[in-house]
Design a protein around this ligand. Sequence first.
Ligand SMILES: Nc1ncnc2c1ncn2[C@@H]1O[C@H](COP(=O)(O)OP(=O)(O)OP(=O)(O)O)[C@@H](O)[C@H]1O
Length: 259
Amino acid sequence: MSERQVRLSIDGLHKGYGVGAARKEVISDLTFDVHAGEFVCIVGPSGAGKTTLLKCLTGLHPASAGAVRLDSKVVDGPPRQMALVLQEYTRSLMPWLTVEKNVRLPLANLKLSKAEREQRITDALREVGLSDVRTSYPWQLSGGMQQRVAIARALAYRPEVLVMDEPFASVDAQTRADLEDLMLKVRQDFGITIVLVTHDIDEAVYLSDRVVVLTKGPCTVDEIIPVELPFPRDQIETKSDPRFVDLRARVFSRIKASA
Ligand SMILES: Nc1ncnc2c1ncn2[C@@H]1O[C@H](COP(=O)(O)OP(=O)(O)OP(=O)(O)O)[C@@H](O)[C@H]1O
C-alpha cells in the first residue's frame, strides 16, 4: 500500500449556509490529507458539521472557501472516482428493483460491455456475501443485508475513494460488528481509500489508520490520532488490547473537551 501518496486533500475548507445575518459558518479553515489506501474515520461532537464535510468532500456542496482535491484536481461536482454510502439504506435502495438491479443501477452511467457489467455485479455481491440473494428485493432482506447491497452497489462502481456517512448506525450491535469487519476486508481486497463518519468511538478506532477528531461547530481539526494497532483486527482481541483502550479514551476525551 502506497501510504504516503495523497489521494484526497482538504485545504483551508470553509463552508457556511445562508446569507447575510442568517449566515451560519459550519466548517472553518479545515485542513487534512487522506492517503491512498488509507482508512480514515471522522468523529466529532454532535452537530459539528461532519455530514456537511462529507458533502463537500463528495462535491455535493460547493466549498465557501478553500478546496477539496482528489488526486490534485479540485472537486467541483461528484467525481467519477468516488462513491457514497449513507446511513439510511431504506432510502438509498430502490424497493421495486431486485438486489442485482440495484447494484447495476449506477453502472448504466459507465461505458461498459455487458460482460464487464455483469462481472462487476457478480464480484461485488460475492465480496459482500450476497451472491445467493441476487433476485431478492431489498425489503425481503434484513437491515444489515440491505446495507451490504448498498456497499456492493458502491463497489461495483469501482471507486478509488469510498465515503460513508454513519453507515452502520441503524443496525444491531452484532450486525454492526460484522459490517465493520466487512469494510476492513473490502479495503484489503480492493485497496480503496475509505473515509467514514461515525459517532461510535470504538468503531472509529477499530477501523482506522487515523482518526480525525473535529471540534464543535464551526468545526476544524482538533487532532489527528494515528491508530497503530496491527492488522488483521479482531473484534474481541483488538478491542481488549490495552493500546485500543488508551486510544478510545484519548478520542473520547478530545471530543468531550471540545463539545
Ligand atoms: N442544508 C443546510 N442548510 C442550513 N443549515 C444546515 C444544512 N445542513 C446542515 N446545516 C446545519 O449545519 C450544522 C452542522 O450539520 P451537520 O449535519 O453537518 O453536522 P453533523 O456533525 O453531521 O451532525 P450529527 O452529529 O448530528 O450527525 C447544523 O447546525 C445544521 O443545522
